[in-house]
Design a binder for this molecule. Structure first.
Ligand code: S3P
Length: 425
């Protein structure tokens, strides 16, 4: 349990732990590449450590050398049948992307996860992977983990994804590395493209055009990978600093991939003062410093089109909307219901406990601001982003906000509390 309370401002220069999506992909793709990969800036959060453990279970040597993670890639067909069940912990990315790779393996693997992950839908990946030729069984007709996967002999498919999900797109593309023919994934709204960027830089034959990704069966070659800071973690401090007049925060070397920067666009639309400096590109990923100066913010409306670019940031956006002037409406966000918790219900329930005027919608929420935020005891539902978003609410509250079950923050942001202490004035 930890508690936050009202502060005057956020000030300082910080770095943020590595990007979770890119860290997962670095371990997975390096494991099936030929040769050694060295990954710097890797996120040692519980989710990415689950990915490392799964690939060690598949016979890959992965060493944490402090400065970098060193992965001894064995090529596309170098994984071994695991002796035991693999555990993806709390991580949807681990389970879904790993399933794509396992679809290409002739051996049998069983993958499970924690109580939250065992409730999350897996049919979204099982259906296309079965169409490619893999056998996937699980509870609820193969929709729920534990999943039992036996793959091999895959054929390419042309798949129009019913959800804009990078996990679905990536699972199919990873299986596509093992499939005869051109694997094609079509998305109505383009989801984060870290898999495509990394596949390109590791040597895959991949093309992208207007929401259509085409991949040919390809070999990958190990490389040095630099993981930028996670914009989804930076978002908590960025949003808080933007909304507290007098704040001045610099967050260095954050990933600024355009499929992830919806949070910056939304904060700017709310009137925030945000600038980018020292921009460069590594492994196809844009990286730069974010400079935020605090101001009073105004309400905004978010609809379906922007969701894939900020889906993980909705909890903190909801908190900032509570102190902004006017009514913020968030719609087209049904995907929030199948995250680590139902994030629509979790956020509305917990914000109401602090006296915030929030209403649950079938596909989002409405927040009427500005609110006088009170203190209280908050439940995290074991969901890291709920815990951190509500900790940020405490920075605006007139009495302490205590977060129950806050250990889950270590899933994506080890050191969150310490970094907050460093910049809270
Ligand atoms: C992720 C994709 C998103 C995101 C998750 C990480 C990824 O999920 O919410 O935190 O690394 O591919 P969906 O693919 O379900 O949208």
């Amino acid at each position: 349990m930890f508690a936050t309370h009202k502060i005057h401002k956020l000030e300082g220069k910080i770095t943020i732990p590595g990007d979770k999506s890119i860290s997962h992909r670095a371990v997975m793709l390096s494991s099936i590449s030929k040769g050694t990969s060295r990954v710097s800036g890797f996120l040692r959060g519980e989710d990415c450590l689950s990915t490392i453990a799964c690939f060690q279970g598949l016979g890959i040597e992965i060493e944490d050398k402090g400065e970098e993670i060193v992965i001894d890639g064995k090529g596309l067909n170098g994984l071994k049948e695991p002796e035991n069940v693999l555990d993806a912990g709390n991580s949807g990315t681990t389970m879904r992307l790993l399933s794509g790779i396992l679809a290409g393996q002739e051996f049998l693997t069983i993958v499970t996860g924690d109580g939250s992950l065992r409730k999350r839908p897996m049919a979204r990946i099982a259906t296309p992977l079965r169409q490619m030729g893999a056998t996937i069984e699980g509870r609820d007709k193969g929709n729920l983990a534990p999943l039992v996967i036996r793959g091999g002999n895959l054929k390419a498919i042309d798949y129009a994804s019913p959800v804009s999900s990078a996990q679905v797109k990536s699972a199919i593309l990873l299986a596509g590395l093992y499939s005869e023919g051109n694997t094609i994934v079509r998305e109505e709204i383009v989801s984060r493209d870290h898999t495509e960027n990394m596949l390109t830089s590791l040597g895959a034959n991949i093309k992208r055009e207007n929401g259509v990704v085409t991949l040919e069966k390809s070999e990958l070659f190990g490389q040095d990978i630099q993981v930028p800071g996670d914009i989804s973690s930076a978002a908590f401090f960025m949003a808080a600093a933007a909304a507290i007049p007098g704040s001045h925060l610099i967050i260095e070397r954050v990933g600024l991939n355009p499929t992830r920067t919806g949070i910056i666009d939304v904060l700017k639309a709310m009137g925030a003062d945000i600038e980018i400096d020292n921009l460069f590109t590594s492994g196809g990923e844009e990286i730069g410093d974010i400079i935020v100066k605090g101001k009073k913010l105004k309400a905004t409306s978010l609809t379906k089109e922007i969701m894939p670019r900020l889906i993980d940031e909705i909890p903190v956006i909801a908190v900032i909307a509570a102190v902004a002037e006017g009514k913020t409406t968030i719609t087209g966000a049904e995907e929030l219901k199948v995250k680590e918790s139902n994030r629509i219900t979790s956020m509305v329930t917990e914000m109401k406990k602090l006296g915030i005027q929030a209403t649950e919608l079938s596909d989002g929420m409405e927040i009427e601001g500005p609110n006088e935020i009170g203190g209280g005891q908050i439940e995290s539902y074991g969901d890291h982003r709920i815990a951190m978003a509500m900790a940020i609410a405490g920075l605006f509250a007139n009495a302490p906000v205590e977060i129950q079950n806050s250990e889950c923050i270590a899933v994506s942001f080890p050191g969150f509390e310490e970094t907050l202490k460093e910049i809270a004035k």
